[in-house]
Design a protein around this ligand. Structure first.
Ligand SMILES: NC(=O)c1ccc[n+]([C@@H]2O[C@H](COP(=O)([O-])OP(=O)(O)OC[C@H]3O[C@@H](n4cnc5c(N)ncnc54)[C@H](O)[C@@H]3O)[C@@H](O)[C@H]2O)c1
Length: 329
């Protein structure tokens, strides 16, 4: 396997690079470093600082590195930002992916694993969310991902050689077990990193958005999948990919934790009080999201190792404690 990892200097992509190499793949990373970190990519992995929209450069990389598959993580992924800057999101996530696909077509690269999201569903009418749940995104970020899912389906229909899998992630969390790879976003918007930054004294408190949701403790419920389990799923679907087929799988652990429960778990893991205060609800936050991932489990024998929030937070804490300033680059 010769795999191009787009966004391989980012949080999930950098973990995927490690999993792919452990599976024996030759890995090449393309990332514009707008969010990612050069230091997250091992020095012996060929690295190209390139934007997805530089089609000609991508073509040269795909050809010269003899790439046969792409894991496509590169995207802008901040929901509130997508609401205020929709054009930037469509240009980057849709425009960028079209350029990448164009470069793949020109060089005969026929396999893609695509990072999709449960944001393509919007507010689910039935839980748990299944792959066939109605898709009604409620923000531009979700729409950019849904558009690309459709593009991939259409390409597979038109071209019997092209295979793709869109993995719809729920909340990705945790870090490499040895604490050497982690999550370093600026600005950080994810709950667990923010809780750990409070524990490190980098923030005075955490604001929890809404305590009047129709859930047992009034806070939102989300499905947290460990980044290593997610990356293991990527390698699995890439190995099993069929030409001319376009598939979609949910990736989650199939149960939700409330924001309050995650806070309590982070307090236990860190031994820190983690002061919290409640703020108003964020527009467009569904009360409960969790996955039915049985399709991935049944068809590809995927089984998450992390099914409890506490060990997930422990791996993240290992990273944050050992890298309080994030990646140095
Ligand atoms: N983190 C989550 O919980 C989560 C949930 C669902 C889906 N996803 C998806 O997973 C993928 C990875 O997410 P992440 O949390 O690792 O994000 P991240 O920001 O850490 O990584 C994305 C990487 O892509 C790069 N990038 C973005 N646009 C690019 C472009 N036009 N050209 C080249 N490089 C570009 C960034 O520099 C960054 O390194 C994204 O597609 C995101 O939508 C993430």
């Amino acid at each position: 396997m010769n795999v191009l990892v787009t966004g391989g200097a980012g949080y999930i992509g950098s973990h995927a690079v490690r999993h792919l190499r452990a599976a024996g793949a030759h890995v090449v990373v393309a990332d514009n470093l707008k969010q990612g970190h050069r230091a997250a990519v091992p020095p012996d992995v060929p690295f190209y600082q390139v934007d997805l929209r530089q089609t000609e450069t991508l073509r040269e990389i795909l050809a010269s590195q003899r790439i046969d598959s792409v894991m496509h993580f590169a995207a802008l992924a901040c929901v509130p930002e997508s609401v205020t800057e929709p054009l930037r999101y469509y240009s980057n996530n849709v425009g960028g992916t079209l350029c990448l696909l164009e470069a793949m077509r020109a060089t005969g690269v026929c396999k893609m694993v695509f990072s999709s999201t449960c944001a393509v569903i919007g507010v689910p009418s039935v839980l748990p969310i299944v792959e066939t749940s109605p898709r009604e995104p409620i923000n531009p970020y979700g729409w950019t991902k849904l558009v690309i899912e459709q593009v991939l389906r259409d390409w597979s229909t038109a071209d019997p050689e092209f295979g793709s899998v869109a993995l719809r992630y729920f909340n990705v969390a945790g870090c490499a077990a040895d604490g050497s790879l982690g999550e370093d976003h600026d600005p950080e918007t994810h709950l667990i990193p923010i809780l750990l930054q409070v524990a490190l004294g980098q923030r005075s408190h955490v604001t929890l958005f809404g305590n009047d949701y129709p859930t047992p403790d009034g806070t939102c419920i989300r499905d947290y999948v460990h980044v290593d389990d997610l990356c293991e799923a990527h390698v699995r679907v890439l190995k099993a990919m069929q030409p001319g087929k376009s598939a979609v799988y949910n990736v989650g652990i199939g149960r939700g934790y409330s924001v309050q429960e995650v806070l309590e778990a982070a307090r236990q893991v860190t031994g820190h009080l983690i002061p919290a205060q409640f703020g108003p609800r964020r527009p467009g936050d569904p009360p409960v999201l969790f996955a039915d991932a049985r399709q991935l489990m049944t068809e590809l024998s995927w089984k998450p190792k992390f099914t409890d929030i506490r060990p997930i937070i422990e791996t993240a804490w290992r990273w944050f404690r050992s890298h309080p300033a994030g990646y140095v680059d």
